[in-house]
Design a protein around this ligand. Sequence first.
Ligand code: AMP
Ligand code: MG
Length: 335
Amino acid sequence: MKTELVTPSAENISRAAEIIKRGGLAAFPTETVYGLGADGLNSEAVGRIFTAKGRPADNPLILHIESADKLSDCARDIPDAAHRLARAFWPGPLTMVLKKRRHIPDTVTAGLDTVAVRCPGNAIALSLIKAAERPIAAPSANTSGRVSPTSAAHVMEYLNGKIDIVIDGGDCTVGIESTIIDLSEGLPRLLRPGYITAGQIEGVLDISLETAAIASERPKAPGMKYTHYSPIARVIIVDGEPGEAAAYINSQAGDFGVIASSETKALYKTGTVVDAGSRANPDEIARGLYAALIRLDHTGVSHIYCEAFYDTELGISIMNRLEKSAGYNIIRLNK
Ligand code: AMP
Ligand code: MG
């Protein structure tokens, strides 16, 4: 199959929407990462997403809708909390898990009786969903298990020849996947941290999310469930004061890459150093992290040492992804 890479003109967005309506696959930018979209109501089309990505069939997809008004097309028994969160954060990087309506295919939900829904905060994504006139099922547009794409070039690297079209909308502005909250039963539960923080959600719902169990996505043994966000190189997180982390990394032998921050990059005497952004602005780190991992993979290094960024709420979300890409391989200095 030839994969077209196109600009986000109105004409190209309509073409991509037609492809989706006919059961094909279109990758498109969202504010979080690039998505690989198919008709969310067409089981066969959704099946093609799993084939193109090599994604395990028991990993459910997120449905993308054009506005909160369309929530009831996908979900039933929608609690007031969902409407409040939609008003506060949509369009934006928050996914809600709700009881599904019967016509949502099992391929989307992996057979669960719940469905994950999001209204993305990206004008190209919203135009595409509107033009397709249906919810678009879209996971991240990468080969399963690998680092999520934050540019159209990343998508082409993974999926060229396997999908119909890629809309190039430039670099993603958020850079890590959406926050996922489960509102399908009882107390809201945070399933995946993201750019929208637990604190922001608590502020809107006027509850404490700590009282709900925070589901751990951590497998019982490394490599037991799925690998996630993994470059080809082995990732090692070095958690410590920036100066100590740099000293530790500088003392390592071999051909390695380093993910540093703007403040610390000058401390490294060896290795291929990539600046993921400023520690004073974790938004920058979130935006730059995946591109940094992919860039270091291109250099062919066998190991990537990465500084830790646990210091803020967004930093915790960033580290959730980084810990997975490191297979929980973390060196804790002074602990
Ligand atoms: P991705 O689009 O690759 O970020 O993956 C979507 C993620 O959403 C899945 O890996 C699940 O963790 C989560 N998800 C999707 N649907 C559901 C659901 N019905 N219940 C719980 N989690 C879900
Ligand atoms: Mg993904």
